[in-house]
Write a protein that binds this ligand. Structure first.
Ligand code: TPP
Ligand code: MG
Length: 417
C-alpha cells in the first residue's frame, strides 16, 4: 500500500469494532486515597507527589498489553477488542511507526529552518492511534496542536499539518472533509467547541459521537470545567480524551491537580477512566466503550490516557532545564511501539518481511514530507485580509490600502538607490 493511499484512507472500522453491551456507567476502579500529609508537604505540594493515584500508574489503570508486550485480560474492556485480527494489530503498529516517523521528520525540518515550530507527539503514539482508530467516520474530532496521530487516523494527509507550522496558512485542511477540526492553540477552548457541537448532534437525532482532545495542563482551564458542566447537564454525546503526558510545558501534573485527573469526572456526574496511554489496545478499547456510551445517549465520559511526552514541549523548549533524565529513561521502558512489536513477534503475527516493508514505507513517507514542505509556496501578502468578513468591511479595506502603501514604500526606496 502506498503512503498516499494510506493517508487518504478513511477511518478503518475493522480494528476492534465489536459492539459490546453497556459495561456500567461508573467505569472507575477505586484509586488510592490522597494519603496523610505533613504540614510541610501540604505547603510544598509534596503530598500530591506521593499520592499513588496522582503520579504513579496506580491500580486503577486499564491495561491490555503490559510494557513487556504481554496480553493481559480485562473483563470490562476485552469485549471491545475481541474481534481484532492479526491484520488489525499490524495496522495499529504501522500507524504508530509511520506517525512517529512523520513526527521525527517534522522536528528535523524545524531544525533545518523549514518550519517555524513543531510540537512533537513522541511517546504519545498509542494514545492517539488507539483512540483515533476507535472513532467512526461520522464522529467529529476536536484536536489540540499535537494530535498528529489522530489526524493520520482521520485520513488527513500529514503534509497538510505542516503549513501552519511553516507559517504559510492558518490551518491547512478543510475540517469537514475528515470531521477533524483545525488545530487549536488556545488551551482547552476546543472542549467547549466539542460540547456545543455534541449538543447539536444530539438535537439532530444523529448517533454520531464527538471527541475532544486536551492535555493535563488544559484540565486547569475554566473552559474545560465549563464544558464538563454543560455536557453533563445536557447529556451531550462527547468523549473528553485527556492525554496526561505528565507535563504542561515545564509544569508537572502535580501542579494541576490533587486527585487523579480521571476522578474529576465524578464531581460533574459522569464516568472517568484512566487507561494506560502507552497501550494502543487499551486505548482503542476504552475509547470505543466511551464512544458507544455517547451513541447510546448516556452522555459524556472522561478518558485519561496516562502517558509521557518523550520530547520537548515544542522545538522552542529545552526540557533538560526542568526534568531529570531518569524520568524519561523510566518511560522509555514503556515505549508504546516496542511493546506492540514484542507482542506481534511473540504471537507470530508479523514477520521480518512486514517490518522491512514498513521501514521502506517510512523512508518513502519521510522523503515525501521533505519534498512537499520545501515546495510549499509562500502566501500572497494580501491573503491575510481575505475571509475576515463574508461581505467585506470598510475597516479591512482601509487596512489593506495602508498595507499596500507600506509595501510600495519599499519599491520606492529600491528605485532611489
Ligand atoms: C489559554 C492559553 N493559555 C496559555 C497558553 C500557553 N500554552 C501553550 S501550550 C501550554 C501547556 C499545555 O499543556 P497540556 O495541556 O498538558 O498539553 P501538552 O502541551 O502537554 O500536550 C500552555 C500553557 C495557551 N496556548 N493558551
Ligand atoms: Mg501535558
Amino acid at each position: 500500500m502506498t503512503v498516499e493511499s494510506t493517508a487518504a484512507r478513511k477511518p478503518r472500522s475493522s480494528a476492534g469494532t465489536k459492539s459490546a453491551a453497556s459495561t456500567g456507567t461508573t467505569g472507575t476502579k477505586s484509586a488510592g486515597a490522597t494519603g496523610r500529609k505533613t504540614a510541610a508537604s501540604k505547603r510544598t505540594g509534596a503530598a500530591a507527589k506521593k499520592s499513588p493515584g496522582t503520579t504513579g500508574a496506580g491500580p486503577e489503570l486499564v491495561q491490555l498489553l503490559t510494557p513487556e508486550g504481554k496480553r493481559v485480560k480485562d473483563a470490562t474492556y476485552d469485549p471491545y477488542v475481541a474481534d481484532i485480527t492479526p491484520e488489525d494489530l499490524r495496522g495499529l503498529y504501522r500507524d504508530m511507526v509511520l506517525t512517529r516517523r512523520f513526527d521525527a521528520e517534522a522536528t528535523s525540518l524545524q531544525r533545518q529552518g523549514e518550519l517555524g515550530l513543531w510540537a512533537s507527539l513522541l511517546g504519545q503514539e498509542a494514545a492517539q492511534i488507539g483512540s483515533g482508530r476507535a472513532t467512526r467516520e461520522d464522529d467529529y474530532v476536536f484536536p489540540t496542536y499535537r494530535e498528529h496521530g489522530v489526524a493520520w487516523c482521520r485520513g488527513v494527509d500529514p503534509t497538510n499539518l505542516l503549513g501552519m507550522f511553516r507559517g504559510v496558512n492558518n490551518g491547512g485542511w478543510d475540517p469537514n472533509s475528515n470531521n477533524f477540526h483545525l488545530y487549536t492553540i488556545v488551551i482547552g477552548s476546543q472542549t467547549l467547541h466539542a460540547t456545543g457541537y455534541a449538543m447539536g448532534v444530539a438535537k439532530d437525532g444523529a448517533d454520531s459521537a464527538v471527541i475532544a482532545y486536551f492535555g493535563d495542563g488544559a484540565s486547569s482551564q475554566g473552559d474545560v470545567a465549563e464544558s464538563f458542566t454543560f455536557s453533563a447537564v445536557y447529556n451531550a454525546p462527547v468523549v473528553f480524551f485527556c492525554q496526561n503526558n505528565q507535563w504542561a510545558i515545564s509544569e508537572p501534573t502535580e501542579k494541576q491537580t490533587r486527585v487523579p485527573l480521571y476522578q474529576r469526572a465524578q464531581g460533574f456526574g459522569f464516568p472517568g477512566v484512566r487507561v494506560d496511554g502507552n497501550d494502543v489496545l487499551a486505548c482503542l478499547a476504552v475509547t470505543k466503550w466511551a464512544l458507544e456510551r455517547a451513541r447510546r445517549g448516556e452522555g459524556p465520559t472522561l478518558v485519561e490516557a496516562y502517558t509521557y511526552r518523550m520530547g520537548a514541549h515544542t522545538t522552542s523548549d529545552d526540557p533538560t532545564k526542568y526534568r531529570a533524565d531518569e524520568e524519561r529513561e523510566a518511560w522509555e521502558a514503556k515505549d508504546p511501539i516496542l511493546r506492540l512489536r514484542t507482542y506481534l513477534e511473540a504471537s507470530n503475527h508479523a514477520d521480518e518481511a512486514f517490518f522491512a516493508e514498513l521501514e521502506a514505507e517510512s523512508e518513502a513517507l519521510g522523503k515525501r514530507v521533505r519534498e512537499v514542505v520545501r515546495a510549499m509556496p509562500d502566501p500572497d501578502h494580501f491573503a491575510i485580509f481575505e475571509n475576515v468578513y463574508a461581505d467585506g468591511h470598510a475597516l479591512v479595506d482601509e487596512e489593506r490600502a495602508q498595507f499596500a502603501a507600506y509595501q510600495a514604500s519599499f519599491a520606492d526606496a529600491g528605485e532611489g538607490k
